[in-house]
Design a protein around this ligand. Structure first.
Ligand code: NAD
Ligand code: UDP
Length: 313
């Protein structure tokens, strides 16, 4: 049994990760300031003797004894991270700084949850880890993109300078249960609109692409990455290479929900990447990992989840 700290543990991905780690028999401590996460996400875990939840803002240091740290705290939806962009940068940078400091003091492994956003609006397609990205440093997405890039820098410098056992994963668009109905991300927006029979809003012409991975596939990749040998830092892309346009996604959601919703178009937000698809060659070879859940299967699970939740409203 390991003592494992998960920052952002009450969030969408964090709560699924905590569940897996608790189920595997570890002693899990989740830190969260509930900015975008909620106790409801970890409700079932709260009665488990090997799970604890602590309200804490990672902008401040936190001290405890741990063997492994999963550094997830940071809002991930554009509407949330742009709501208070200075707080977002501070969370990404100071949060990682404090967790690297904790990893250094306790000799813990630290897995940093980075993002495909470090590739910006990519000019290389699909994106391998060796691609350095095309990021606007002063735009409305920069608080998140540059915050996450700086966090990667910190994690690598703690590794080089202090021998911290750093692991970096770059997560591509992930979806699943425990997402908030109003978090503004495309999958929740489309599903909630379709279930309510409201128009589905596509930003731009709908020809921009994303690659969507179901959260269970991601959690498996995270656990495998943490288990790699100390010398392997990554970064490693974790994502599902199946690429869809937003129009294809909207049509699939309409079909799976049997909705009568129409599709309408609104202007594309600033700096919205045109395309995104992971090259997962490294994850396959180093982690023996690849995603298994298709978009259709995953969407069906999320549709069932929101049917139940919206029915309670
Ligand atoms: P989320 O918003 O559901 O979860 C983030 C969690 O961090 C929330 O519980 C929130 O309350 C908490 N948090 C935010 N600021 C905090 C602070 N200052 N102190 C303590 N807790 C704080 O988002 P998510 O989708 O679960 O993302 C989790 C991580 O994965 C993030 O680091 C995100 O950047 C990364 N990621 C997610 C995706 C995705 O598609 N979901 C893609 C790439 C990277
Ligand atoms: N998008 C959309 N309608 C929505 C929400 C998002 O067309 O209601 C588009 C958005 O402009 C982007 C894509 O869907 O091109 C994915 O958006 P999301 O915010 O989920 O993720 P990110 O842009 O961070 O990859």
């Amino acid at each position: 049994m390991k003592r494992i700290l998960v920052t952002g543990g009450a969030g969408f991905i964090g709560s699924h990760l905590c569940k897996r780690l608790v189920r595997d028999g570890h002693d899990v401590l989740a830190l969260d300031n509930f900015y975008t996460g909620s106790k409801e996400n970890v409700w079932d875990l709260l009665r488990e003797p090997n799970f604890e939840l602590v309200r804490h803002d990672v902008i401040q240091p936190y001290w405890c004894e741990v063997d492994e740290i999963y550094n997830l705290a940071c809002p991930a939806s554009p509407i949330h991270y742009q709501y208070d962009p200075i707080q977002t940068t501070k969370t990404a940078v100071f949060g990682t700084f404090h967790m690297c400091g904790l990893a250094r003091r306790t000799h813990a492994k630290i897995l940093h949850a980075s993002t495909s956003e470090v590739y910006g609006d990519p000019s290389v397609h699909p994106q391998p880890e060796t691609y350095w990205g095309n990021v606007n440093p002063i735009g409305s997405r920069s608080c998140y993109d540059e915050g996450k890039r700086c966090a990667e820098t910190l994690a690598m410098d703690y590794h080089r300078l202090h021998g911290v056992r750093t692991k970096i994963i770059r997560i591509f668009n992930t979806y699943g249960t425990h997402m908030q109905a109003h978090d503004g991300r495309v999958i929740t927006n489309f599903i909630v609109a379709a279930l309510r029979g409201e128009p589905i809003t596509i930003y731009g012409d709908g020809q921009q692409t994303r690659s969507f991975q179901y959260v269970d596939d991601l959690v498996e990749g995270m656990v495998r990455m943490m288990a790699t040998e100390d010398s392997f830092t990554g970064p490693v892309n974790l994502g599902n290479p199946a690429e869809f346009t937003m129009l294809e996604l909207a049509e699939m959601v309409v079909r799976l929900t049997g909705s009568k919703s129409t599709i309408i178009y609104k202007p594309l937000p600033a700096d919205d990447p045109r395309q995104r698809k992971p090259d997962i060659t490294l994850a396959k070879s180093k982690l023996g990992w690849e995603p298994h859940i298709t978009l259709e299967e995953g969407l069906q699970r999320v549709i069932d989840y929101f049917k139940e939740r919206l029915g309670r409203e």
